[in-house]
Write a protein that binds this ligand. Structure first.
Ligand code: THG
Length: 371
């Protein structure tokens, strides 16, 4: 396996050749790293995740490490969520906003120790942002991208697989909490997290030279439960209402518009970036909100390549920001980022090229009966 230089425009993950050997058919660039996005049988990969157990290379969820006496202060300045109660070994999902309250990333923040935080990031350059903010404010903190590469084990049987590798203690981990562990001298952090609502873990590999070893260990341990390869699954995550930063937000989306208001604490200190703007937006009320969209027809439609207009009474009222076939609903579904004048239950249309598709607005996450 060749690990390319950190500044390469597209880097490979420590699991890369294993994913190729497993038959990965699609890769996406994410944080300048190749992220496998499919192994050729979407339905089997969906069922494996929702009924069994699946393993994913998510090294592209890079860590930005803040280390030093001012690490906690910088972490808080960057996050519109109160981190004061966050203890060592705990993670929190946060909104990272710019000075006008636009969402520029939605990482999980892991408190590694009092002087060290990891931001497990979505696809934007948080290291550059954090480095600039720290320097401008004269903070004593070093910002790096450490050699850390998460491997997700997701699905209802994930707990059995991960317990068989690391021990029964993993069953007691709370959501977003993590702990240090070792297997065959491979250092990892075992976290209860992952970009699905099927339950599971992320193994934060802390030695990139051992990626293929860790992959084999998980694959062998999971064999009794029929583990197989998977990827951040669009059907499952859209059914479950999980946000994809970059896919579901544009340059002017604030957290309240995309259901992240519950992760924003308006009473954080005034030096938190964007907090004044967020207080104002909260007081005035956002102009858009995110709802589910269920489209008519029971044939899977081809992939979603861009945002499509959501139309009501001949007028654009918002955008369909993603779209997928739902195996749970047997319908095409997606997220609408639409005017707050649009309500759950409204009949709308999706303008896909010249085609107008009848659709209805629903709550998120999708329920079985929302079809
Ligand atoms: N794992 C790790 N890093 C990541 C992601 C991940 N970085 C990029 C991206 N995913 C960050 N985005 C999310 C979005 C949603 C969730 C996690 C990361 C998530 N949300 C739950 C929800 O919204 O229901 C739980 C939130 C809560 O209750 O606190 O899990 O997946 N390492």
């Amino acid at each position: 396996m060749t690990q390319t230089f950190p500044h390469a425009s597209i880097r490979t993950s420590p699991y890369h050749s294993a994913t190729v050997d497993e038959g990965a058919t699609t890769f996406h660039a994410y944080n300048r790293m190749l992220l496998p996005l499919g192994y050729g049988d979407p339905e089997a990969e969906y069922r494996r995740l929702t009924e069994g157990v699946s393993m994913w290379d998510v090294s592209a969820q890079r860590q930005v490490q803040l280390r030093g006496p001012d690490a906690a202060r910088l972490a808080q300045i960057l996050c519109a969520r109160d981190l004061g109660s966050c203890v060592e070994g705990q993670g929190k999902y946060v909104a990272l906003c710019d000075h006008v309250g636009n969402l520029i990333n939605d990482p999980i923040v892991l408190k590694v120790d009092d002087d060290c935080f990891w931001f497990s990031i979505a696809d934007s350059d948080v290291k550059l942002w954090a480095t600039c903010v720290a320097a401008e404010r004269g903070l004593d903190v070093e910002i790096t991208e450490p050699d850390v590469s998460p491997l997700a084990v997701q699905g209802p049987l994930a707990e059995s697989v991960v317990a068989s590798i690391f021990g029964e203690w993993v069953r007691d981990l709370r959501f977003f909490w993590f702990a240090d562990a070792e297997i065959d001298d491979i250092p990892v952090k075992v976290a209860r997290s992952g970009w699905s609502k099927q339950g599971g873990y992320e193994l934060y590999l802390m030695d990139g030279s051992r990626g293929l070893d860790l992959w084999s260990i998980v694959k062998e341990a999971g064999a009794p439960w029929n583990i197989g390869p998977g990827y951040p699954n669009p059907s499952e995550r859209i059914e479950s209402g999980l946000l994809s930063w970059g896919g579901d937000v544009d340059a002017t989306t604030n957290p309240f518009e995309v259901r992240l208001g519950r992760f924003v604490d308006l009473d954080v200190p005034d030096d938190v970036i964007g907090i004044e703007a967020l207080r104002r937006i909260a007081a005035d009320g956002p102009t858009r909100h995110q709802l589910g969209v269920v489209m008519a027809g029971d044939d899977p439609r081809p992939g979603h390549d861009r945002w499509y207009d959501v139309v009501a009474a001949g007028r654009k009222v918002g955008s369909l920001t993603n779209g997928t076939w739902s195996y749970k609903l047997d319908r095409n579904i997606g997220f609408g980022l639409v005017s707050v004048d649009c309500r759950i239950g409204d009949e709308v249309q999706i303008a896909k090229g010249d085609t107008l598709i009848d659709a209805r607005l629903t709550p998120l996450p999708f329920g079985k009966d929302d079809r």
